[in-house]
Design a protein around this ligand. Structure first.
Ligand code: ADP
Ligand code: MG
Length: 264
């Protein structure tokens, strides 16, 4: 079985890329084959995996020039963890997609050829534009990282209604697998209050695992390595390993439906 999961939130800096890389690496370490697709023109996931952002073959050619996806996939230093890199030319992709036929289905069509992966993680850009819609159409599930900070719920309603719209019009398969609380600070009362608030709004969706604020996790991308390779003893490594187990359990029992009250 291949699970395809979009990691999405239109807010920047909430932990999407960190989650795609860290979860992907944790699942690969558990013996599965994982593909991370970097759909963000900022190329952060590509860099965090130690790859250059000017690759000849990248997601750009796959989306806009019908290049075969498999040929653009690259190995990383982590066994069983592969990446479909983003590149600097993705900066114009959002605009270039507009006149394309079946523009919302480009990634889905490209992925239909793909074989041999247990998990595909799509790292989305911080917007709800055509690139993110392509991810939501190509995916079966969504993970929504939410930073434990003031106004965490802000914008979540808009994201959830976009997911609902994609589900009803373009991809009936789609459901939210988990909301993941990130950058939690156990000693900060506000951080705790926010985690509790998000959990009480979405009791079934919020993952039991919370990702702690971790300096080591913030350092890992500049070393081009996932956190579990950069610092196996980090609390963030343990948290993402725990999250990986929770995700496997959620996948096994089928995802929670997205048809729920949307917080406002
Ligand atoms: P996004 O992809 O949503 O923009 P990132 O994963 O790039 O978010 O995270 C934003 C910044 O915060 C990055 O510098 C990243 O290294 C850092 N970061 C992410 N998660 C954590 C965490 N749990 N603890 C500390 N820093 C984090
Ligand atoms: Mg990112």
């Amino acid at each position: 079985m291949t699970a395809r999961i979009a990691v999405s939130n239109q807010k920047g800096g909430v932990g999407k890329t960190s989650t795609a890389i860290s979860l992907g690496s944790a699942v690969a370490a558990a013996g599965r084959t994982v593909l991370v697709i970097d759909l963000d023109p900022q190329t952060n996931a590509t860099s965090a995996l130690g790859l250059p952002k000017d690759a000849q073959r990248s997601i750009h050619g796959v989306l806009l020039r019908d290049e075969p996806l498999q040929q653009a996939v690259t190995e990383t230093t982590v066994p069983r963890l592969h990446v479909l890199p983003s590149s600097v030319d993705m900066a114009s992709a959002e605009v270039e997609l507009v006149p394309v036929m079946a523009r919302e289905f480009r990634l889905r069509a490209a992925l239909s050829q793909l074989e041999g992966y247990d998990l595909v993680l799509i790292d989305c850009p911080p917007s709800l534009g055509l690139l993110t819609v392509n991810a939501l159409v190509a995916a079966d599930f969504v993970i929504v990282p939410v930073q434990c900070e003031y106004l965490a719920l802000e914008g979540l309603a808009q994201l959830l209604s976009t997911i609902e719209a994609v589900k009803s019009r373009l991809n009936p398969q789609l459901s939210i697998l988990a909301i993941l609380l990130t950058m939690e600070d156990k000693r900060n009362r506000l951080s705790q209050q926010i985690a509790d608030e998000v959990t009480s709004h979405f009791p079934d969706l919020v993952a039991r695992t919370r990702i702690p604020r971790s300096v080591r996790l913030a350092e890992a991308p500049s070393h081009g390595r996932p956190i579990d390779v950069y610092d196996p003893t980090s609390r963030a490594t343990a948290a993402y390993a725990e999250f990986a187990r929770e995700i496997e359990a959620r996948l096994a029992r089928g995802a929670t439906s997205t048809t729920m009250g949307v917080a406002s």
